[in-house]
Design a protein around this ligand. Structure first.
Ligand SMILES: Nc1ncnc2c1ncn2[C@@H]1O[C@H](COP(=O)(O)OP(=O)(O)OP(=O)(O)O)[C@@H](O)[C@H]1O
Ligand SMILES: [Mg+2]
Length: 341
């Protein structure tokens, strides 16, 4: 387990003290894939770097697997770091070493004998899907392959925790998905705890169990991915959700819809936590025999369920529609008015 108690990190700058991390409390359970999302400058990297002692907190405690990171001696910290792997946006590989030798590097440092080392590297190469590329140099690899080397290297000493700092931000969407799948696979196979920081909502949505949303050094929202993103409370979280639901496109089409349906009411029906939102809505429309047009819809899937919305046009609101909305609400579908006709 990883616990943060009231962690603060300040930097002295020319303009005075900058608080990069501002009283953060967190608990991350073993085997969890835990996401931290925030815009640039929110303090994500500073936070994650305190997990393995690359930064020392100004105040508060960072406890990883029972050890207070800031209280470890240099020697114990070096040992501890072998159990906390890390991968980066720009891979940080050794460019003059082959794939094989990059992965072997942390094992050399740990003093693992040659035969054992070779066996372990081969195992890792298989695990990350790089068989046949052992002798290649990083410059001969695609971005996705480079990150596979990064992952293999981070896992060399059998860590219990893997820290990922924007590990997919330099990759195209297809490669991002492949790397995310690899991380999920490793999480399942060896029960590794993964902490992943990103400014991309899809990354969190696709693989994280839990998420913390950061803004100005603080955690403004935290919990299961579905409940945080399905029912966002803060303005930042709402903005991430809006971008993810392609709301810009949705808004453009709502404007078109307004023009095509100058009278009547346009509603957004929001559902969360089930894949049945859509079927329930169509069932209700049939049940109440309503004249309702479904105009637009979007569903997002997370590791613990789905959320999304439908935009509908209702020519007239009356008791029947009221009753239907009540029943929908009972099923977890909320109606919001986009425009009153
Ligand atoms: N070593 C440092 N010295 C001074 N200020 C720093 C230092 N490291 C980070 N900061 C500042 O702390 C704040 C948080 O930075 P951090 O890199 O943690 O943000 P981030 O959320 O990772 O952003 P990004 O998404 O751009 O990577 C920023 O204002 C940054 O300028
Ligand atoms: Mg960063």
């Amino acid at each position: 387990m990883i616990t943060l108690h009231s962690v603060v990190k300040e930097f002295a700058t020319k303009k005075g003290t900058l608080t990069a991390v501002d009283h953060i409390d967190l608990q991350i359970n073993d085997g969890e894939i835990y996401g931290v999302i925030g815009f640039s400058g929110a303090g994500k990297s500073t936070l994650i770097r305190m997990f393995n002692g690359l930064e020392k907190p100004t105040a508060g405690d960072v406890i990883v697997g029972g050890d207070h990171i800031a209280e470890l001696s240099m020697k114990d910290l070096r040992k501890k770091r072998q159990k906390i792997g890390m991968i980066f946006q720009h891979f940080n590989l050794l460019w003059s070493r082959t794939v094989f030798d990059n992965i072997a590097f942390p094992l050399e440092i740990a003093g693992v004998p040659k035969v054992e080392r070779e066996q372990r590297v081969n195992e890792l190469i298989r695990m990350v899907g790089l068989t046949g590329r052992e002798k290649a140099f990083p410059s001969q690899l695609s971005g996705g392959q480079k990150q596979r080397v990064g992952i293999a290297r981070a896992l060399a000493n059998d860590p219990t925790v893997l820290l990922c700092d924007e590990a997919t931000s330099a990759l195209d969407p297809q490669t991002t998905d492949e790397i995310l799948e690899l991380l999920v696979d490793i999480n399942r196979k060896i029960g590794l705890t993964i902490i992943l920081i990103t400014h991309e909502m899809q990354v969190i949505r696709k693989i994280c169990h839990k998420v913390a949303v950061m803004e100005n050094g603080r955690v403004v929202e935290e919990g299961a991915v579905l409940s945080v993103f399905g029912n966002p409370q803060s303005a930042v979280t709402r903005r991430f959700v809006k971008d993810d639901l392609k709301d810009v496109e949705v808004e453009a089409s709502i404007n078109e819809i307004f023009e095509s349906y100058p009278t009547g009411t346009i509603l957004r029906l929001k559902f969360i936590g089930s894949t049945t939102g859509q079927p329930i809505i169509s069932k209700m429309i049939r049940k109440y025999n309503l004249d309702m047009n479904v105009l637009e819809g979007h569903v997002n899937h997370t590791q613990n369920g789905s959320f999304g919305h439908l935009i509908v046009h209702v020519p007239e609101l009356d008791e029947r529609t009221d009753e239907m909305f009540k029943e929908l609400e009972h099923h977890g579908v909320k109606a919001e008015v986009e425009r009153h006709g």
